[in-house]
Ligand binder design. Structure first.
Ligand code: AMP
Ligand code: MG
Length: 310
Protein backbone atom coordinates (compact mmCIF):
# COMPACT_ATOMS: atom_id res chain seq x y z
CA UNK A 1 0.00 0.00 0.00
CA UNK A 2 1.17 3.51 -0.74
CA UNK A 3 1.11 6.21 1.91
CA UNK A 4 -2.05 7.70 0.41
CA UNK A 5 -3.87 4.38 0.82
CA UNK A 6 -2.44 3.90 4.33
CA UNK A 7 -3.58 7.36 5.40
CA UNK A 8 -7.12 6.54 4.31
CA UNK A 9 -7.11 3.19 6.16
CA UNK A 10 -5.83 4.82 9.38
CA UNK A 11 -8.29 7.69 9.16
CA UNK A 12 -11.42 5.51 9.00
CA UNK A 13 -10.44 3.18 11.88
CA UNK A 14 -12.12 5.50 14.45
CA UNK A 15 -15.51 5.13 12.73
CA UNK A 16 -15.60 1.33 12.45
CA UNK A 17 -17.98 -0.63 14.66
CA UNK A 18 -16.03 -3.64 15.85
CA UNK A 19 -18.04 -6.78 14.94
CA UNK A 20 -19.47 -8.36 18.10
CA UNK A 21 -19.22 -5.18 20.19
CA UNK A 22 -22.22 -3.69 21.96
CA UNK A 23 -22.86 -0.12 20.90
CA UNK A 24 -24.61 2.58 22.86
CA UNK A 25 -24.67 5.48 20.42
CA UNK A 26 -24.81 8.34 22.94
CA UNK A 27 -21.86 6.91 24.87
CA UNK A 28 -19.67 5.46 22.10
CA UNK A 29 -19.88 7.91 19.21
CA UNK A 30 -19.64 11.70 19.28
CA UNK A 31 -21.45 13.50 16.40
CA UNK A 32 -18.94 16.37 16.69
CA UNK A 33 -15.79 14.20 16.61
CA UNK A 34 -12.99 15.51 14.39
CA UNK A 35 -9.94 13.51 15.49
CA UNK A 36 -6.79 15.19 14.23
CA UNK A 37 -8.59 16.93 11.36
CA UNK A 38 -9.61 20.04 13.29
CA UNK A 39 -9.89 22.45 10.38
CA UNK A 40 -11.88 22.42 7.19
CA UNK A 41 -8.75 23.45 5.30
CA UNK A 42 -6.80 20.41 6.45
CA UNK A 43 -9.78 18.29 5.56
CA UNK A 44 -9.67 19.45 1.96
CA UNK A 45 -6.53 17.48 1.15
CA UNK A 46 -8.04 14.31 2.56
CA UNK A 47 -11.26 14.82 0.61
CA UNK A 48 -9.31 15.44 -2.59
CA UNK A 49 -7.31 12.24 -2.02
CA UNK A 50 -10.44 10.25 -1.29
CA UNK A 51 -12.15 11.51 -4.43
CA UNK A 52 -9.04 10.82 -6.56
CA UNK A 53 -8.99 7.27 -5.31
CA UNK A 54 -12.71 6.84 -5.98
CA UNK A 55 -12.29 8.04 -9.52
CA UNK A 56 -9.18 5.95 -10.32
CA UNK A 57 -10.41 2.77 -8.72
CA UNK A 58 -13.90 3.06 -10.17
CA UNK A 59 -12.45 2.85 -13.67
CA UNK A 60 -10.59 -0.30 -12.70
CA UNK A 61 -13.65 -1.73 -10.95
CA UNK A 62 -15.59 -1.29 -14.16
CA UNK A 63 -12.83 -2.79 -16.31
CA UNK A 64 -12.27 -5.79 -14.05
CA UNK A 65 -16.01 -6.49 -13.97
CA UNK A 66 -16.05 -9.03 -11.14
CA UNK A 67 -17.13 -6.94 -8.14
CA UNK A 68 -19.93 -4.48 -7.42
CA UNK A 69 -20.00 -2.03 -4.52
CA UNK A 70 -23.14 -1.42 -2.47
CA UNK A 71 -23.05 1.74 -0.35
CA UNK A 72 -25.74 1.69 2.34
CA UNK A 73 -26.56 5.16 3.72
CA UNK A 74 -28.62 5.52 6.87
CA UNK A 75 -29.25 8.61 8.97
CA UNK A 76 -31.87 10.45 10.93
CA UNK A 77 -33.85 13.13 9.07
CA UNK A 78 -31.61 16.08 8.09
CA UNK A 79 -28.58 13.86 8.66
CA UNK A 80 -27.11 14.92 5.30
CA UNK A 81 -27.56 11.84 3.09
CA UNK A 82 -28.34 13.77 -0.08
CA UNK A 83 -25.47 16.23 0.31
CA UNK A 84 -23.07 13.39 1.05
CA UNK A 85 -24.06 11.57 -2.12
CA UNK A 86 -23.65 14.74 -4.18
CA UNK A 87 -20.21 15.60 -2.83
CA UNK A 88 -18.69 12.17 -2.60
CA UNK A 89 -19.67 11.21 -6.11
CA UNK A 90 -18.20 14.25 -7.86
CA UNK A 91 -15.43 13.00 -10.04
CA UNK A 92 -16.78 9.51 -10.65
CA UNK A 93 -18.11 8.40 -14.00
CA UNK A 94 -21.94 8.64 -13.85
CA UNK A 95 -22.22 5.52 -16.03
CA UNK A 96 -20.81 3.46 -13.20
CA UNK A 97 -23.02 4.75 -10.38
CA UNK A 98 -26.68 4.19 -9.49
CA UNK A 99 -28.58 5.78 -6.62
CA UNK A 100 -31.79 4.28 -5.23
CA UNK A 101 -33.91 5.96 -2.58
CA UNK A 102 -36.32 3.79 -0.59
CA UNK A 103 -39.57 5.31 0.62
CA UNK A 104 -42.62 3.85 2.35
CA UNK A 105 -43.16 0.49 0.59
CA UNK A 106 -45.89 0.21 -2.04
CA UNK A 107 -48.58 -2.44 -1.82
CA UNK A 108 -46.77 -4.45 -4.53
CA UNK A 109 -43.62 -4.34 -2.42
CA UNK A 110 -45.54 -5.35 0.71
CA UNK A 111 -46.76 -8.41 -1.21
CA UNK A 112 -43.20 -9.81 -1.07
CA UNK A 113 -40.71 -10.67 1.64
CA UNK A 114 -39.08 -7.65 3.24
CA UNK A 115 -35.76 -8.00 1.39
CA UNK A 116 -37.29 -8.31 -2.08
CA UNK A 117 -37.30 -4.66 -3.11
CA UNK A 118 -33.67 -4.21 -2.03
CA UNK A 119 -32.51 -7.38 -3.77
CA UNK A 120 -33.84 -6.03 -7.07
CA UNK A 121 -31.64 -2.91 -6.96
CA UNK A 122 -28.27 -4.45 -6.12
CA UNK A 123 -25.22 -3.30 -8.10
CA UNK A 124 -24.14 -4.99 -11.31
CA UNK A 125 -20.55 -6.23 -11.49
CA UNK A 126 -18.33 -3.25 -12.15
CA UNK A 127 -20.81 -0.72 -10.72
CA UNK A 128 -21.32 1.24 -7.51
CA UNK A 129 -24.88 1.46 -6.17
CA UNK A 130 -25.88 3.79 -3.38
CA UNK A 131 -28.91 2.95 -1.24
CA UNK A 132 -30.35 6.21 0.13
CA UNK A 133 -32.10 4.41 3.02
CA UNK A 134 -31.98 0.66 2.75
CA UNK A 135 -33.04 -2.73 4.06
CA UNK A 136 -32.04 -1.36 7.48
CA UNK A 137 -35.29 0.63 7.55
CA UNK A 138 -36.82 -2.81 8.19
CA UNK A 139 -35.24 -2.85 11.67
CA UNK A 140 -35.43 0.93 12.27
CA UNK A 141 -38.61 2.76 11.27
CA UNK A 142 -40.52 -0.55 11.25
CA UNK A 143 -39.31 -1.29 14.76
CA UNK A 144 -40.10 2.19 16.08
CA UNK A 145 -43.61 2.13 14.50
CA UNK A 146 -45.24 -1.30 15.03
CA UNK A 147 -48.19 -0.32 12.78
CA UNK A 148 -45.79 -0.52 9.79
CA UNK A 149 -45.05 -4.11 10.71
CA UNK A 150 -48.82 -4.75 10.77
CA UNK A 151 -48.98 -3.75 7.08
CA UNK A 152 -46.37 -6.37 6.11
CA UNK A 153 -48.88 -9.25 6.39
CA UNK A 154 -46.31 -11.58 7.86
CA UNK A 155 -47.20 -15.17 8.72
CA UNK A 156 -47.51 -15.81 12.43
CA UNK A 157 -44.22 -17.72 12.50
CA UNK A 158 -42.24 -14.67 11.28
CA UNK A 159 -43.51 -12.50 14.13
CA UNK A 160 -43.49 -12.35 17.89
CA UNK A 161 -40.73 -13.06 20.32
CA UNK A 162 -37.24 -12.96 18.86
CA UNK A 163 -38.34 -11.52 15.53
CA UNK A 164 -35.85 -8.64 15.51
CA UNK A 165 -33.01 -10.95 16.42
CA UNK A 166 -34.06 -13.17 13.50
CA UNK A 167 -34.18 -10.20 11.14
CA UNK A 168 -30.66 -9.14 12.11
CA UNK A 169 -29.51 -12.68 11.48
CA UNK A 170 -31.27 -12.86 8.09
CA UNK A 171 -29.78 -9.54 7.03
CA UNK A 172 -26.30 -10.66 8.09
CA UNK A 173 -26.64 -13.91 6.16
CA UNK A 174 -28.01 -12.15 3.09
CA UNK A 175 -25.06 -9.75 3.16
CA UNK A 176 -22.66 -12.62 3.65
CA UNK A 177 -23.97 -14.36 0.53
CA UNK A 178 -23.70 -11.16 -1.46
CA UNK A 179 -20.17 -10.39 -0.30
CA UNK A 180 -18.95 -13.92 -1.03
CA UNK A 181 -20.26 -13.56 -4.54
CA UNK A 182 -18.64 -10.27 -5.43
CA UNK A 183 -20.71 -7.48 -3.84
CA UNK A 184 -18.66 -5.38 -1.46
CA UNK A 185 -20.97 -3.80 1.13
CA UNK A 186 -20.12 -0.43 2.67
CA UNK A 187 -22.42 0.68 5.48
CA UNK A 188 -22.47 4.30 6.64
CA UNK A 189 -24.55 5.71 9.46
CA UNK A 190 -24.50 9.52 9.57
CA UNK A 191 -24.64 10.27 13.28
CA UNK A 192 -26.35 13.59 14.00
CA UNK A 193 -26.95 15.19 17.40
CA UNK A 194 -30.40 16.17 18.58
CA UNK A 195 -29.44 19.87 18.74
CA UNK A 196 -27.93 19.88 15.23
CA UNK A 197 -31.11 18.29 13.85
CA UNK A 198 -33.17 21.03 15.52
CA UNK A 199 -30.93 23.70 13.98
CA UNK A 200 -31.15 22.15 10.51
CA UNK A 201 -34.96 21.99 10.65
CA UNK A 202 -35.07 25.67 11.64
CA UNK A 203 -32.74 26.51 8.77
CA UNK A 204 -35.17 24.78 6.39
CA UNK A 205 -37.95 27.00 7.75
CA UNK A 206 -35.92 30.23 7.76
CA UNK A 207 -34.41 29.99 4.26
CA UNK A 208 -37.05 30.22 1.50
CA UNK A 209 -34.94 28.14 -0.92
CA UNK A 210 -34.86 25.37 1.65
CA UNK A 211 -38.57 25.32 2.51
CA UNK A 212 -39.18 22.46 0.05
CA UNK A 213 -36.95 20.23 2.14
CA UNK A 214 -38.95 20.83 5.27
CA UNK A 215 -41.49 18.22 6.23
CA UNK A 216 -43.67 18.45 9.30
CA UNK A 217 -43.62 14.64 9.36
CA UNK A 218 -39.88 14.90 10.12
CA UNK A 219 -40.63 17.08 13.14
CA UNK A 220 -43.21 14.54 14.36
CA UNK A 221 -40.60 11.81 13.89
CA UNK A 222 -38.28 13.80 16.14
CA UNK A 223 -40.60 12.96 19.04
CA UNK A 224 -39.32 9.41 18.71
CA UNK A 225 -35.68 10.45 19.06
CA UNK A 226 -34.90 8.12 21.97
CA UNK A 227 -36.62 5.17 20.29
CA UNK A 228 -34.52 5.75 17.18
CA UNK A 229 -31.31 6.03 19.18
CA UNK A 230 -32.11 2.66 20.75
CA UNK A 231 -33.02 1.09 17.40
CA UNK A 232 -29.81 2.42 15.79
CA UNK A 233 -27.72 1.18 18.71
CA UNK A 234 -29.22 -2.31 18.44
CA UNK A 235 -28.79 -2.34 14.67
CA UNK A 236 -25.10 -1.37 15.01
CA UNK A 237 -24.52 -3.96 17.74
CA UNK A 238 -26.15 -6.79 15.81
CA UNK A 239 -25.29 -6.19 12.17
CA UNK A 240 -21.68 -5.03 12.11
CA UNK A 241 -19.91 -8.08 10.69
CA UNK A 242 -16.45 -8.92 9.38
CA UNK A 243 -17.85 -9.05 5.83
CA UNK A 244 -19.96 -5.88 6.15
CA UNK A 245 -18.96 -3.66 9.10
CA UNK A 246 -20.78 -0.47 10.02
CA UNK A 247 -19.04 2.90 10.04
CA UNK A 248 -20.51 5.63 12.26
CA UNK A 249 -19.80 8.97 10.60
CA UNK A 250 -19.78 12.08 12.83
CA UNK A 251 -22.35 14.19 11.00
CA UNK A 252 -22.74 17.47 12.90
CA UNK A 253 -20.23 19.13 10.58
CA UNK A 254 -21.14 18.52 6.98
CA UNK A 255 -17.61 19.02 5.65
CA UNK A 256 -16.25 16.42 8.03
CA UNK A 257 -19.01 13.90 7.27
CA UNK A 258 -18.21 14.16 3.56
CA UNK A 259 -14.50 13.52 4.06
CA UNK A 260 -15.23 10.57 6.31
CA UNK A 261 -17.81 9.05 3.95
CA UNK A 262 -15.52 9.46 0.93
CA UNK A 263 -12.67 7.84 2.85
CA UNK A 264 -14.72 4.80 3.86
CA UNK A 265 -15.93 4.22 0.30
CA UNK A 266 -12.43 4.76 -1.09
CA UNK A 267 -11.09 2.24 1.39
CA UNK A 268 -13.58 -0.38 0.20
CA UNK A 269 -12.30 0.07 -3.35
CA UNK A 270 -8.71 -0.17 -2.12
CA UNK A 271 -9.60 -3.46 -0.43
CA UNK A 272 -11.06 -4.84 -3.66
CA UNK A 273 -7.95 -3.56 -5.49
CA UNK A 274 -9.44 -4.04 -8.96
CA UNK A 275 -7.01 -4.40 -11.87
CA UNK A 276 -7.22 -3.68 -15.58
CA UNK A 277 -7.52 -7.01 -17.41
CA UNK A 278 -4.32 -8.00 -19.22
CA UNK A 279 -4.21 -10.02 -22.44
CA UNK A 280 -2.16 -13.12 -23.30
CA UNK A 281 0.60 -13.35 -25.91
CA UNK A 282 -1.64 -14.60 -28.75
CA UNK A 283 -4.15 -11.80 -28.23
CA UNK A 284 -1.27 -9.31 -28.08
CA UNK A 285 0.16 -10.59 -31.39
CA UNK A 286 -3.30 -10.31 -32.95
CA UNK A 287 -3.37 -6.65 -31.88
CA UNK A 288 0.01 -6.06 -33.53
CA UNK A 289 -1.35 -7.51 -36.81
CA UNK A 290 -4.29 -5.09 -36.70
CA UNK A 291 -1.85 -2.27 -35.92
CA UNK A 292 0.10 -3.09 -39.12
CA UNK A 293 -3.10 -3.03 -41.19
CA UNK A 294 -4.14 0.35 -39.75
CA UNK A 295 -0.67 1.81 -40.32
CA UNK A 296 -0.75 0.70 -43.96
CA UNK A 297 -3.92 2.77 -44.40
CA UNK A 298 -2.21 6.09 -43.48
CA UNK A 299 -2.90 8.81 -46.07
CA UNK A 300 -0.16 10.72 -47.92
CA UNK A 301 1.90 12.81 -45.47
CA UNK A 302 0.36 11.42 -42.25
CA UNK A 303 2.37 9.48 -39.70
CA UNK A 304 1.59 5.74 -39.88
CA UNK A 305 0.70 5.88 -36.14
CA UNK A 306 0.10 9.50 -35.01
CA UNK A 307 -0.45 8.32 -31.45
CA UNK A 308 2.99 6.70 -31.28
CA UNK A 309 4.57 9.66 -33.08
CA UNK A 310 2.89 12.17 -30.70
P1 AMP B 1 -37.35 10.58 2.61
O1 AMP B 1 -36.16 9.72 2.48
O2 AMP B 1 -37.16 11.76 3.51
O3 AMP B 1 -37.94 10.96 1.29
O4 AMP B 1 -38.51 9.75 3.35
C1 AMP B 1 -38.79 8.43 3.06
C2 AMP B 1 -39.70 7.90 4.15
O5 AMP B 1 -39.95 6.52 3.89
C3 AMP B 1 -39.08 7.97 5.53
O6 AMP B 1 -39.99 8.52 6.44
C4 AMP B 1 -38.78 6.52 5.86
O7 AMP B 1 -38.85 6.25 7.23
C5 AMP B 1 -39.85 5.80 5.08
N1 AMP B 1 -39.47 4.42 4.80
C6 AMP B 1 -38.39 3.99 4.14
N2 AMP B 1 -38.32 2.64 4.13
C7 AMP B 1 -39.41 2.21 4.81
C8 AMP B 1 -39.93 0.93 5.16
N3 AMP B 1 -39.30 -0.20 4.79
N4 AMP B 1 -41.07 0.86 5.86
C9 AMP B 1 -41.71 2.00 6.22
N5 AMP B 1 -41.29 3.24 5.93
C10 AMP B 1 -40.15 3.35 5.24
MG1 MG C 1 -37.60 13.01 5.01
Amino acid sequence: MTSREERIADFIEAFRVEPGSTVKLSKDFDPTYRGTVRKKKKGRQLLAEGIDILSEYQTRLYAQHSHGVLVVLQALDAGGKDGTIRHVMTGVNPQGVDVHGFKVPSSAELDHDYLWRYQRQLPRRGAITIFNRSHYEEVLVVRVHPELLERQNLPHSARGKGMWRRRYHEINEWERTLSRNGTKIVKLFLNLSNEEQRTRFLRRIDLPDHNWKFSSADVREREYWDDYQRAFSKMLSNTSTEWAPWYVIPADRKWYARIAAAAVIANALIEIDPQFPTIDKDAHNALLDVKKTLEAQSPEGAAPDPFEAG
